[in-house]
Design a protein around this ligand. Structure first.
Ligand code: PMP
Length: 411
């Protein structure tokens, strides 16, 4: 039987294996061929083409804040697409204006929002605003990830990802993440912008020392440099507040980039610029056909309204703590510690076996991700239930044992 939306929890003919063959025949292989094809999701649960069920701790890579098929998103998207699907930026529409207003309200500051379609595009927008200061030098952090388009890649502090594409738009200095003195030494009155993730997500959920963002704000203010906080991964409640920098008192960035969780699964990105910086971008200097698409913006409003109405920011904090303390209490020798905030957690391992943990977790019915050899990243939807969280904690020792045994037999 062939699967459909209704019967997606049953195996599809050919299953995962057939999808792998079709992928290889039709799609670029830059991610490698995925092992699984997912056919249906509901809340924090997903089903693959073999009919197997998983709890989804990947969440579309920190995208599915409300989980899969959340009624509020389904309704908002359905209503909008049947009313007005797309207009371009030649015309205003209610959802784009309302989402811009709503975001500024959540920031609690005066500014302007530019909508685009992804995190990398949001960073490109910030990059271009940086150039409009008349300065060209930029400072970013080692290990930082800001996207794969050429400007964003220039800021991404991962040489392996940049290598084949050099030269990239310059001049970018990368400084060690969390090192205030290195930042102070690199930033001058020639520096257009400093871009920092409040927590480095792709680099393995790396949390900077306390006071880092505050120091970055002081340093950039002293040199008239823009402070860009890349909240593509940490924003929209992922870490327990609307934007992670709001956990750092007094840190008011000039620009914030958003994407991922903002659309609850629809492609959308945003650049928010505050104060006088909001007016640097003049009409005609930047644009995109799909940015501010009414359907994506309607989904964004549904995400924000639901988080607010259901008190999900508190829930993110509670669930994050529940997972963190449960994992740490396991006392398993493979677990060094858990770092991160809210529902962006990195389980740091004592051995570089994160890939094996990912596979063993999959076997046990949990989708997790391995951004670094010794880090397993957890970024489940905010609607994860306590029971679902506890089930992962209970299964973890078995998953870790299996990963260790695999590792040893492979040596
Ligand atoms: N910035 C950060 C902090 C990210 O985590 C990511 C994606 N992982 C990006 C930018 C790029 O976003 P996208 O993949 O939507 O281009």
């Amino acid at each position: 039987m062939t699967g459909s939306q209704q019967s997606g929890h049953q195996a599809t003919a050919g299953g995962n294996q057939e999808y792998r063959a079709r992928w290889q025949g039709a799609l670029t292989n830059n991610y490698g061929t995925p092992a699984l094809a997912l056919v249906r999701g509901e809340g924090a649960q997903v089903w693959d083409a073999d009919g197997k069920q998983y709890t989804d701790y990947v969440g579309g890579i920190a995208v599915n804040a409300l989980g899969h098929a959340h009624p509020a998103i389904v309704e908002a998207v359905t209503t909008q697409i049947t009313t007005l699907g797309h207009v371009s930026n030649l015309y205003a529409s209610e959802p784009v204006v309302a989402l811009g207003e709503r975001l500024l309200q959540l920031f609690g500051r005066l500014g302007k929002v530019f909508f685009c379609n992804s995190g990398a595009e949001a960073v490109e927008g910030a990059f271009k605003i940086g150039r409009l200061t008349g300065r060209t030098h930029m400072v970013a952090t080692t290990g930082g990830f800001h996207g794969r388009t050429m400007g964003a890649l220039a800021l991404t502090g991962q040489p392996a990802k940049q290598g084949p594409f050099l030269p990239l738009p310059g001049e970018v200095t990368h400084v060690p993440y969390g090192d205030v003195e290195a930042l102070r030494a690199a930033v001058t009155e020639e520096t257009a912008l400093v871009i920092i993730e409040p927590i480095q997500g792709e680099n393995g959920v790396v949390v900077p020392p306390a006071g880092y963002l505050t120091a970055a704000r002081e340093i950039t203010r002293a040199t008239g440099t823009l402070l860009v906080l890349d909240e593509v991964q940490t924003g929209i409640g992922r870490c327990g507040q609307w934007f992670e920098h709001q956990a750092h008192e007094g840190v008011e960035p000039d620009i914030v980039t958003l994407a991922k969780g903002l659309g609850g699964g629809l492609p959308i990105g945003a650049v928010a610029a505050f104060g006088p910086v909001a007016d640097l971008l003049q009409p005609g200097q930047h644009g995109t056909t799909f940015g501010g698409n009414p359907v994506a913006c309607a989904a964004g409003l549904a995400v924000i309204d639901t988080i607010a109405a259901e008190g999900l920011l508190d829930r993110v904090k509670e669930l994050g703590e529940r997972l963190r303390s449960g994992i740490e209490a396991s006392g398993h020798p493979l677990v060094d510690r858990v770092r991160g905030a809210g529902l962006l957690l990195g389980m740091v391992l004592t051995e570089p076996v994160a890939q094996k943990v990912q596979l063993a977790a999959q076997e046990a019915g949990f989708l997790v991700n391995a951004p670094a050899p010794d880090v397993v990243r957890l970024m489940p939807p905010y609607v994860l239930s306590e029971d679902e969280a506890d089930a992962f904690v209970r299964a973890l020792p078995g998953i870790l044992d299996a990963s260790r045994e695999d590792g040893r037999s492979g040596e």
